[in-house]
Design a protein around this ligand. Structure first.
Ligand code: GLN
Length: 192
């Protein structure tokens, strides 16, 4: 069984652990750098990216996570996707810079803010998982404003990318761990 770390400093790590378990992997809740040893991949959950960043610095996890990501796949959702991006705005903040993309925090603004919606994923996503619409739970989500040339967009909402793959890594601005559909987690597990 694949062992997948879930960064558990803050945010909805428990929901990711449960989703990974339902998808057939063993979740390992990670709070210290030495717990990264022996993992096949890592999930950075949603939550509040500024708080998570403070805790990452405080616990000396920035460099160990960047080093882990050079060897193994990382999947970030919402605040996790913000931490993975190379460029963060509104406001700008430091990040791990694991994926070449620009994100604008809380980019959907007040009208959308938080909502549950149904999106049609890109054909590539359906081919690699299973056909059908995807429930997308947005909670004060960032907007992905730019992706690098090497990125593959797997789903969009209102024209903007919401699920992006770049090499071994995956980022979602919504929360697949809060939906019953396990296709996004299964896709990540296939990358390990
Ligand atoms: N708005 C949050 C942030 O900027 C992210 C929200 C989430 O992860 N659901 O960190």
């Amino acid at each position: 069984m694949k062992k997948v770390g879930v960064l558990s400093l803050q945010g909805d790590f428990a929901a990711h652990g449960a989703a990974l378990q339902r998808a057939g992997a063993e979740p390992v809740y990670v709070r210290h750098a030495d717990e990264l040893a022996g993992l096949d991949g890592l999930v950075i959950p949603g939550g509040e990216s500024t708080t998570m960043l403070k805790l990452l610095r405080y616990d000396g996890l920035m460099e160990p996570l960047a080093e882990f990501a050079r060897r193994k796949p990382v999947f970030g959702t919402c605040a996790g996707a913000i931490l993975m991006a190379t460029e963060v705005s509104a406001p700008a903040q430091e990040s791990l810079g694991l994926m070449d993309m620009a994100v604008e925090r809380n980019g959907y603004g007040r009208q959308v803010d938080s909502r549950v919606t149904s999106i049609k994923p890109e054909p590539d996503f359906e081919r690699r998982t299973a056909p059908g619409k995807l429930e997308a739970v947005f909670i004060r989500a960032p907007i992905i404003r730019r992706v690098g040339a090497g990125a593959r967009i797997l789903a969009r909402y209102g024209g903007d990318p919401v699920l992006v793959e770049q090499g071994p890594h995956l980022a979602a601005t919504f929360h697949p761990e809060l939906s019953a559909d396990l296709r996004v987690h299964r896709l990540f597990l296939e990358k390990l």
